[in-house]
Design a binder for this molecule. Structure first.
Ligand code: ATP
Ligand code: MG
Length: 367
């Protein structure tokens, strides 16, 4: 449950601060569009913070997963570039071919790579598929929600759920387990997938490795905004047209926030259960300013939705100013972006080859 995951996340934060070297992070996104405020407060800020605290970070750009719920992949290359710019602008320090460090080329830089660049990772999906049942996959609430959302948009899902969407959690388990990640900073929608990864790790060890711990069970790290709402009141999502992109201009941000759904009450209060839209806006402003949503609500007082939106716009634009500035500075650095993906792909490939060799040995399929 979300409450249990939140409680565990608080414990994990303690453990991370006392011994960051114990943890390895894998997290990622689909290159379906530029990142938005939900990503930023749900996971991206955590990725950057964990790396700065000394945790090794892997970031997968899940390019094969773009076609889980749509007919055409769209501008994947452009979207990969946008994802990378968002990460670097937010402060992630990437592994590059030229940087050196304790574990070879790249040192402590984050390993950023695409699925398509790491064949051995994708190959792990085959044995992992044997460890879950179709019924288990069909019960996954996030897979069901994404299939429904895609159906509502029309297109691919009009034909019913694809095999790729159904097995998305297994692919994600391969992402996490190939690099031995034990910490996954994600939004709330990813909790069911994390559970699948844990099940696969456990069953692999039991069934194929005689109980030896080949794979450790990964844990989710939720932020204080594990489910930020979009301008229509549903989960903010790249594909839903309800997002406030990190790269938006200050004016676009103001326009988008003005269009956000709220309610008719004059007085602003923080009440996530009964007033989810207003509360999500308050939380956004609070996270930008490093204060509590209650304090922001107090400040807005009886000003109504217009006053609330003005406060949120100001807080968001102020907080994102340096990120947006860095993003502009990086916009011409295509060679650097290519080098980051090449170095990340190479390192992830070497790690995945080792894991695949271990898996093949456990299965007895190698000579
Ligand atoms: P898509 O609509 O294409 O699925 P998305 O906006 O849902 O895109 P993903 O790439 O699926 O983004 O998710 C990347 C990461 O960002 C995941 O860890 C997810 O939990 C997190 N995330 C996405 N949206 C939100 C949100 N609204 N609030 C908090 N975290 C979020
Ligand atoms: Mg999603």
């Amino acid at each position: 449950s979300v409450v249990a995951a939140q409680r565990r996340s608080a414990e994990l934060e303690q453990l991370i601060s006392s011994d960051p070297g114990r943890f390895r992070v894998l997290t990622g996104d689909r290159p379906t569009g530029p990142l938005h405020l939900g990503h930023y407060f749900g996971t991206l800020a955590n990725r950057v913070r964990l790396q700065a605290a000394g945790v090794e970070v892997f970031v997968v750009i899940a390019d094969y997963q773009v076609i889980t719920d749509r007919d055409v992949a769209g501008d994947v290359r452009g979207n990969v570039r946008e994802l990378l710019l968002d990460h670097l602008a937010a402060g992630l320090v990437p592994r590059t071919a030229t940087s050196t460090g304790p574990d070879g080329p790249g040192g402590s830089g984050a390993t950023v790579f695409t699925h398509s660049a790491v064949p051995a990772l994708n190959q792990l999906v085959l044995p992992f598929l044997s460890l879950v049942t179709v019924a288990e996959l069909q019960r996954n609430p996030t897979v069901k929600a994404e299939a429904a959302a895609a159906a509502a948009r029309g297109g691919a899902a009009g034909r019913g759920m694809s095999g790729l969407l159904l097995t998305y959690p297994v692919h994600q388990a391969a992402d996490i387990l190939f690099c031995g990640a034990n910490l996954v900073p994600v939004g709330q929608d990813q909790l069911p997938h994390l559970e699948t990864a844990r099940v696969i790790a456990r069953r692999f060890n039991d069934r194929y490795a005689g109980g030896r711990e080949v794979f450790a069970g990964p844990e989710a790290l939720l932020s204080s905004a594990p489910l930020l709402l979009g301008t229509d009141g549903a989960k903010m999502s790249k594909s839903a047209g309800n997002a406030i992109p990190l790269r938006a201009s200050a004016d676009e941000t103001a326009r988008l926030i003005r269009s956000a759904r709220t309610d008719a009450q004059r007085r602003t209060t923080y009440d996530p259960v009964h007033r989810p839209e207003v509360s999500s806006l308050l939380l956004t402003a609070a996270l930008c300013r490093g204060t509590t949503p209650e304090a922001v609500a107090e400040e807005v007082g009886d000003g109504g939705a217009a006053a609330l939106k003005e406060v949120v716009t100001e807080a968001v634009n102020e907080h994102l100013r340096p990120l947006r500035q860095r993003r502009r500075e990086l916009a011409d650095a295509d060679d650097h972006l290519r080098a980051v993906l090449a170095a990340g792909g190479e390192h992830a490939g070497a790690v995945a080859d080792r894991t695949l060799a271990t898996v093949n040995q456990a299965l007895g399929v190698t000579c």
